[in-house]
Write a protein that binds this ligand. Structure first.
Ligand SMILES: Nc1ncnc2c1ncn2[C@@H]1O[C@H](COP(=O)(O)OP(=O)(O)OP(=O)(O)O)[C@@H](O)[C@H]1O
Length: 542
């Protein structure tokens, strides 16, 4: 099976003339000889450009390859623009599988004798069908007797086996490419395949998608900007997911949005706001924001509400990633390339031996042309992409979560400008970034940190005597480890105490300074102000 599939893949690639993607001097003599002899595998589509042939070949190889092409289409950092443009029009239109089979899968997964035990009006004709799953409509009979309009998403039968087999082959091909392509090291084909493997296998697990949707819904509870359909978690399994049916307008249907009088400017701005809120407030963002997954509510078009579906792919960021992003954006838009370079060094993103002047100059070279445009037209996604590419030359390993974010940012920008071409992204995003950066420094940040640490200390304090007791009972090596643990706890506690004391002293100085200033004693208030600054710095360094 594996050999015949391997042969089929090679055959398809040669019949679409994809060997042309490799410059002749990269191909060993035996490969060129084989190519000449294999008369039955001629390029059948010489009239098409090589990018178009790659797209058609992937399409004919099936869903796994189509999705792989779609993923590659987001890697402008790796592939030439013409190829990426072709790949980005790959569509995974796949014939639906029989609705009766979907019904059986649902009955099995939810342990139902008949689908009507739980659902009324199950429609065997799918509402939508894609390469991995298919969606049917139904009405859910709830425990309290109420009926809810729902959709049921069902994973295609047998798809997992097919995906695993193709992934194994893809990895073999990537190994060959990494070994034989002179550019194999830079393109890192095995890592690209490994990243894809994770994404596509995650998409096969609807429990995971359900959990993501529940989390995102909770994050935007009561929001005017984003609504996530309710997931019926009790009726979700790995291959079946039941959720509230929504009736919004697809975001790509601009005439329909305009016809209902949608405030397009507000809608575009809200798209950017929702994205930045997900990234900077929640550190949890929907990372599959293609237009097919975004709808707009038909209610109150003057206060437009997005509806997001398909939370199969989400990105998360840690505090360091967020700081990196926010500070870099702010430094970028101030055209402070030295700061950008320094930030990379300070955070250890590029090795310590990097020469900051060289790095600064490289960033300036790629980014300055972007700033020739008016600020309103600058693409954040492009800025990030250029930054990643430059940083990579300086040995920065780009983090997958940041690539996911950059890709989502490009989608959001494209969408925003499609809805409202005059959208000024910078103006919309700037308050978010500046606020966030501001919140990370100064007294409020210290206070927040102290508050965050208090429960930790409340929990750890009672363990101190126990740890000490255990320490006395252990052998020398374990004693050393425990001692270290104790010392760390003590250090953290001392740091936390120092921060609290300095924060209190700084606050007292600020209050006294403002009282003395009101009383007209400028000299004393200035001195107190200096004290306040001194304590803030001490708190930050503690
Ligand atoms: N809650 C819902 N209410 C109404 N329609 C829905 C809902 N969820 C999904 N659909 C419809 O089903 C289609 C496919 O759903 P979804 O995007 O979740 O599946 P998918 O298999 O992950 O597709 P793709 O990978 O192409 O995005 C959507 O484009 C939409 O038309």
């Amino acid at each position: 099976m594996r050999i015949s599939r391997f042969y089929q893949i090679q055959k398809t690639m040669l019949q679409y003339g994809l060997d042309e993607l490799l410059p002749k001097h990269w191909q060993p003599w035996y490969a060129r000889l084989f190519r000449r002899c294999a008369f039955w595998l001629r390029n059948r589509y010489p009239e098409h450009a090589v990018g178009a042939r790659l797209r058609l070949a992937l399409q004919s190889l099936g869903p796994v390859w189509i999705k792989f092409g779609q993923m590659l289409s987001t890697r402008r950092d790796l592939l030439p623009a013409a190829l990426v443009d072709e790949l980005s029009i790959l569509q995974d239109k796949v014939a639906p599988f029989p609705g009766e089979e979907a019904q059986q899968l649902i009955e099995q997964a939810l342990a139902l004798n008949h689908i009507s035990d739980l659902f009324a009006d199950f429609d065997v004709t799918p509402l939508a069908s894609a390469s991995i799953a298919q969606v049917h409509t139904a009405q859910l009979r709830q425990d309290d007797g109420r009926i809810a309009d729902v959709v049921i998403k069902v994973i295609r039968p047998g798809i997992r086996k097919q995906i695993l087999a193709d992934l194994a082959l893809m990895d073999s091909l990537a190994q060959i490419a990494a070994r034989f392509l002179p550019d194999g090291k830079r393109l890192r084909p095995r890592e690209v395949v490994a990243e894809y493997r994770k994404t596509i296998l995650d998409e096969l697990d609807l429990q995971r998608e359900a959990a993501n949707a529940i989390q995102l819904k909770r994050n935007f509870e009561g929001s005017d900007s984003l609504y996530i359909p309710l997931v019926y978690a009790d009726h979700c399994r790995n291959n079946v997911m039941v959720m509230e049916r929504i009736y919004g307008i697809p975001v790509s249907d601009i005439p329909a949005l305009q016809a209902q009088g949608t405030d397009m400017e507000l809608l575009a701005k809200r798209g950017v706001e929702v994205f930045f809120t997900q990234v900077f407030r929640d550190s949890f963002f929907h990372a599959d924001m293609h237009p097919g997954n975004i709808f707009v509510s038909r209610e109150h078009p003057d206060n437009p509400l997005y509806i997001g579906i398909d939370c199969g792919i989400v990105g998360t960021l840690n505090a360091e990633d967020k700081r990196y992003l926010a500070e870099n954006f702010v430094a970028f838009f101030n055209r402070d390339y030295r700061k950008v370079a320094q930030l990379h060094l300070d955070s250890g993103w590029v090795p310590a031996h990097t020469k900051v002047e060289e790095f600064e100059s490289a960033i300036r070279t790629v980014c300055e042309p972007i700033f020739q445009k008016p600020l309103a037209e600058i693409s954040f996604g492009q800025v990030l992409l250029n930054l990643f590419n430059t940083a990579r030359r300086f040995e920065m390993q780009v983090q997958p979560q940041l690539v996911l974010l950059q890709k989502t940012l490009l989608y959001i920008e494209g969408l925003g400008r499609q809805l409202y071409p005059q959208l000024d992204l910078w103006k919309t995003a700037k308050p978010f970034l500046e606020n966030w950066v501001k919140q990370q420094v100064g007294l409020p940040a210290i206070w927040r940190q102290v508050k965050e640490n208090l429960p930790f200390w409340a929990e750890k304090m009672p363990q101190m005597p126990e740890l000490f007791h255990r320490y006395l009972q252990q052998g020398p090596q374990q004693q050393q480890a425990l001692l270290l643990q104790l010392q760390q706890l003590q250090l953290q506690q001392q740091q936390s105490n120092r921060q609290i004391i300095n924060a209190i002293l700084a606050a007292a100085s600020v209050i006294s300074a403002s009282i003395t200033l009101n009383q007209g004693n400028t000299w004393l208030s200035t001195t107190l102000g200096l004290f306040a600054a001194f304590f803030v710095i001490k708190a930050l360094l503690a």
